[in-house]
Design a binder for this molecule. Sequence first.
Ligand code: DGJ
Length: 720
Amino acid sequence: MKEIINLHTRHTTCQMGVTEDGFLLQLYYGARVRGKMDYLLTYHDRGFSGVPFCRGTDRTFSPDVLPQVYPCRGSGDFRTTALSVEDENGVSGCDLRYRACRRLPGKYSLEGLPAVYADPSEAETVEIDLADDRLGLRVTLRFGILYDLDVITRSVCLTNTSDRPLTLTRAASLCLDLPESDYDLIHLPGRYGFERVPERSPLTQGRILYESRRGHSGHAQNPFAILAGRHTTETAGCCYGLMFVYSGNFAIEAEKDPLAQTRLLMGIQPEAFAWTLMPGDAFETPEAVTAMTGDGLGALSHIFHDLVRGHICRGPWRDMPRPVLINNWEATYFDFNGKKILDIARQAADLGIEMMVLDDGWFGCRQSDMSSLGDWYVNEEKLGGSLKDLADQVHGLGMKFGLWIEPEMISEDSDLYRAHPDWAFKIPGKDPVRSRFQLALDFSREEIVDAVFEQIAAVIEGAGVDYVKIDANRSLSDIYTAAEGRQNAGAVSHRYILGVYRFLSKLLDRFPGLLMEGCCGGGGRFDAGMLYYTPQIWCSDNTDAVERLFIQYGTSFAYPVSAVGAHVSIVPSHQTGRVTPFNTRALTAMAGSFGYELDPACLSEEEKNEVRRQITCFKTLWPLIHRGIYDRLTAPSGDVAAWSFVSRDQSEALLCAVVRTVHFNVPVTLIHLRGLDPEADYKVEETGQLIGGDALMQGGWPLPMATEDYQAFSWHLVRV
Ligand code: DGJ
């Protein structure tokens, strides 16, 4: 090798090598190693695998079988490539060769896109330039190394250095070639109301694709995946995590090639994507993140939790206790007036709830989901006064005031649509596809983003709003922009997401103290891109506690509990009709950004006292829950769902368990704790017992016999 490029973190090494003729190969990614790993490459004549012309009679060097860092179509690599470029005649032959490598202090940032950030002392950037001189294309691979966190981020900048247009038809953010394939792929599929429930399946020869083509990251798949050794468990074994810091169409591809090697790709979904670079133009891909550990899935989740919490979420609310909120959606849906909202707020304040959130229906003529999106002026008739009056009265109760908005959408029955029908995504001459009876605004156009922003900013400013829930209740279709220039649906979809980010940035710039909660019909845009702007996201429209056990369990593989909007609702559940104990609903919601979504008038006096107790408990335990280390102790698919939080100094822990199904005369379930101090004793506050940390981890904690289905238990352990 002419050059070896090492990206070391505390426990991992990613190593690349440059051949004499300038091919950039992936030599290794795994537990930290000292030396050169090029000995791992073996060269054989592989029939039907192309060989670069410059290799002359050597038939043993083929991009089709050698591990690549950024493989491109047309290079002789017949696997799924990271890059595909077409010249103005649609010809797509590309031959990238190494040019230079730079090490820069600090972590790079991306213009207009969310990205991991770090203190200059915590991170380093490595940039590798590749080029195809014939085509006139420069490719700069950027790597951000967060040493202590064992995280490597990636983004790619593609520049047209030629004098003619070039079109990118595929530009992945990350490619990772690994020499073996004895892996399982874990991903987070789901559906509306049942998001991110993990599935694990072995790689088999061929290509697996997990993707969104909906314009948002979506309910059906999540831009996160894990490649795990076949025997990797929560507590042991090798695994690689991939997270996309992006909220639009994405593709995660895993390919096991004929020689049993693995290729992983993550990037903007390439179907229908085409981005034309005029001479001198550059395109920056969104950021992808990798982490690797040999210590199992739990350890991998801890890395991503710390990354999201400390290096993706931003602003004053990143580290502050989030207000315990009450949201009126399940309490009233659209059927409310100002008096009703104030009534909910008054009762909630009496229970210790800290913020009243007014959900959908406060604007335009909105009495159902059939109208008014885009008309972001207050329906004073419905509220019986101004929004400021209402907000003032809520503030007067000692509560914060929050508001629901859906900035990206437009109703055909709205003043905005009547004035600007061309602002909605619609294809000329074709009737648009409706979804929830609404259309999406063309947020690829800055003037539209700006106009909606000004309307909404005036409302926030005018009423003194402390929090916004930013919803988006349909997928994108009929993607056509009236903006000038050649635009295809894939490019417009990307520009749309850039517009969403622009809108969110403007909100944060104008209102730096505003707490924002993401939402997309529940958890349809629960991704690291959104978390860069909104430190919490409404996890699901499904508030049934038992279903939430599954949803929050799956979400926890990638995202920290501080990011998970979770509320206690009434029973029977509006979604499932299931009746669960009050304590179960509260304990489940406490594994998140905690709140209530009910009319307090429906609660008995006993339940109201229970709410007061729950809030005191959550506020006392908040540092442990939101800042501690979260572990999945059992999977909810069994009879018992158990999880724990352990403080970073191991001085306390909270063990939570829900018994899904009660049985007669069952064997005792022992829950094995994790992360405690093995040398210390812990006092179980609820029972007064003193037990060693080593005992609780090795011997386990015997779960009491449940007396009803869905019964919840929790124990607070304090080191003595
Ligand atoms: C979908 C959200 O997920 C709900 O919580 C609620 O805000 C509705 N939209 C309002 O239309």
